[in-house]
Design a protein around this ligand. Structure first.
Ligand code: F6R
Length: 634
């Protein structure tokens, strides 16, 4: 998983390439590079390390030229190093390529290329593509091919030879009037300008330049010139592509005064969940159209999903649901299971996407499979969706990225309206996923008549209060900061909870691990005494969630068990709970709501705790080590 950019026009390419890569650094940040054509030659500048290292290296000597491509890498084949950084070139230096994905058959191709005299400079799978292009172009030239565009013809042949997943962007000093792009299983967007065009893996890289885009689909090739963009299929047939207008602005993808994207995104949660309940992003309601329909009936009597085109009978008749996802999205799925089972009375199983398709799941035409993914590009989630379709299940994607691979592949899509999430650690995507799962459960309960009208109305009115309640939780971070400073240097932390509090504990522990590198484990509180209690020793921090009223007394018993071993316990309680403080060392209160909705409030202090612990330890919050935002490899 990597970030790609490209520019062709009259301006200097380098400033756009560097700026675009900065916006894509969430996709990978172990090395970076650019290639720019100066009218005679192509200059490649690349280096291991963050983009800032590359910027520093070239700051007094920016490569000049109006045609260029760039890349920020997250290593898959070949360790992070200068020579493995992209762009890569062939032996002659005529053909340059950047790549996101994996070329699965690169080894046999590489061996044959070496036999034919090609010399490789890197250990990457990508470099074979440049050499193949050189070789195929040479053959076409020698055979006096009558193709009007030898560059394009050669790229097309390369694509027939390679196997795997990729977005590939090619430039050549022999063909300096165009950049050629190909997409398979990895995202690629073309930004349409006036007398200039842009290429990127994701919209934030180009949105400050243009709102008009082509979002490439698998199998499509884009021929990007200064004044035109042509999209073709693999056979060379022209595709009449619709322009996709981006409906959020560049400020939405910037830090907006916060020190880190993660903190900004935590603070954006009230708005993000409001937008998700509504079904569109306020302020940037799609232009040129009738007002977007809302997802909640004005009188709070029902959830409406105008975008769900299923026959309601199908949702009424399903007998099993799988929720499939990875990481934080999987944790949202666990809460989703609880919601659907409790409110709509359908059996739900939650699977890790990386496990689902290897376990021969029992799927039939009465099965619904729901896939949750912020990016909509997670490789395991996509593969699980393909498998589930093959087995005959109906698929529903819950994703944040409009037009993402998951959204396109699914039978139906519900979008979370979180806006761009840039920090690697997911925060507002998680809470908006919870909102959508809750609304879906209510929607299904309406069809299945499993809930009274009064209870539906009560839950919807509580749902509407959440944005203000999250804002309240966010308004007093000082105690959380203090705990983070006090306990941030412990090497182990435990999270406990029962019922939905346990699901939130899992997410809290993941947040702490990934950005502060503290070893954190979440346990269903009742499970402690079955083994883990042995690890509880004097002074060890335990975060105990106690917002679930139905299991409150049981949770208190478990808290007493860890307190008896002299753990330091920080409790998370609902407002009005004056009991918990008797048994713990510190309490963080969150506003009172129905216990079904409390995960949306209880997770906020855990996100903040992880954030401030990472700050205390001097970690790179937005770009934790070894991780990337979008995991497009299995
Ligand atoms: C953790 C985190 C990851 C993602 C996971 C799935 O903070 O962000 O665990 O949740 O990689 O990503 P998506 O939701 O894009 O499929």
């Amino acid at each position: 998983m990597c970030g790609i950019v490209g520019y062709i026009g009259d301006r200097q390419a380098t400033p756009f390439l560097l700026d675009g890569l900065t916006k894509l650094e969430y996709r990978g940040y172990d090395s970076a590079g650019i290639a720019v054509f100066d009218g005679k030659d192509i200059r490649i500048e690349k280096t291991v390390g963050r983009l800032s290292t590359l910027k520093e290296k070239i700051k007094n000597d920016l490569p000049p030229g109006s045609l260029g491509i760039g890349h920020t890498r997250w290593a898959t084949h070949g360790r992070p190093s200068d020579r493995n950084a992209h762009p890569h070139s062939d032996c002659s230096g005529n053909f340059i390529v950047v790549h996101n994905g994996i070329i699965e058959n690169y080894l046999p191709l590489k061996e044959k290329l070496i036999e034919r005299g090609h010399e490789f400079k890197s250990e990457t799978d990508t470099e074979v593509v440049a050499h193949l292009l050189e070789e195929i172009h040479g053959k076409l030239e020698r055979s006096k091919s009558d193709s009007p565009d030898l560059f394009l013809a050669a790229v097309r042949e390369v694509l027939k030879t390679i196997e795997g997943s990729y977005s590939l962007v090619f430039m050549s000093k022999l063909f300096p009037h165009e950049i050629i792009c190909a997409k398979q299983d990895n995202p690629l967007v073309i930004g349409l300008g006036e007398g200039e065009n842009f290429i990127a893996s994701d919209i934030p890289a180009i949105v400050s330049e243009t709102r008009k885009t082509f979002i490439l689909k698998d199998g499509e090739i884009a021929i990007v010139q200064k004044n035109s963009v042509e999209i073709q299929d693999r056979n060379g047939d022209r595709i009449d592509k619709k322009i996709f207008y981006v409906n959020w602005n560049s400020a939405a993808a910037e830090k907006g005064g916060y020190e880190h994207f993660m903190l900004k995104e935590i603070n954006e949660q009230p708005k993000a969940i409001k937008d998700t309940m509504r079904g569109f992003i306020k302020q940037i309601r799609p232009a040129r159209g009738t007002p977007a329909p809302e997802r909640i009936a004005q009188d709070d009597s029902a959830i409406i999903f105008p975008e769900l085109k299923w026959n309601p009978e199908f949702l009424d008749n399903i007998d099993k649901i799988y929720i499939i996802a990875c990481g934080t999205a999987y944790h949202a799925g666990l809460v989703g299971k609880f919601y659907i089972e409790r409110l709509a009375r359908v059996l739900v199983e939650v699977d890790l996407a990386s496990e689902f398709r290897y376990r021969d799941p029992i799927v039939d035409e009465k099965t619904l499979t729901i896939f949750i993914s912020q990016s909509g590009e997670t490789s395991d989630t996509l593969a699980a969706m393909k498998e589930s379709k093959r087995l005959g299940a109906k698929t529903l994607a819950i994703t944040n990225v409009i037009g993402s691979s998951l959204a396109r592949e699914a039978d139906q899509v519900l979008y979370t309206m979180a806006g761009p999430e840039i920090a690697v650690a997911s925060t507002k995507a998680y809470t908006t996923q919870l909102i959508l799962m809750f609304m879906l459960a209510l929607y299904m309960s309406q069809l299945r008549q499993t809930l009274s009208a009064d209870r539906t109305r009560e839950l919807i009115s509580l749902l509407r209060k959440l944005p203000a309640q999250i804002s309240e939780t966010l308004s007093d971070v000082e105690p959380i900061k203090t705990f983070a400073e006090k306990y941030g240097f412990n090497e182990d932390v435990f999270y406990l909870g029962r019922s939905l509090d346990y699901d939130v504990a899992l997410e809290g522990a993941l947040k702490l691990k990934e950005i502060s590198y503290i070893h954190a484990e979440a346990y269903a509180a009742g499970e402690l005494k079955h083994g883990t209690l042995a690890l509880i020793v004097e002074g060890i921090p335990v975060i105990a969630l106690a917002t679930q009223k139905s299991v409150y007394e049981k949770t208190i018993s478990n808290i007493k068990e860890v307190k008896a071993r002299d753990a330091v316990v920080i409790g998370i309680a609902s407002d009005g709970d004056e009991e918990l403080e008797k048994y713990v060392d510190h309490v963080i209160h969150v506003p009172e709501t129905d216990e079904l909705l409390s995960p949306l409030l209880a997770v906020v202090p855990l996100q903040l705790l992880a954030y401030y612990a990472a700050i205390t330890r001097g970690c790179d919050v937005d770009k934790p080590r070894n991780l990337a935002k979008s995991v497009t490899v299995e």
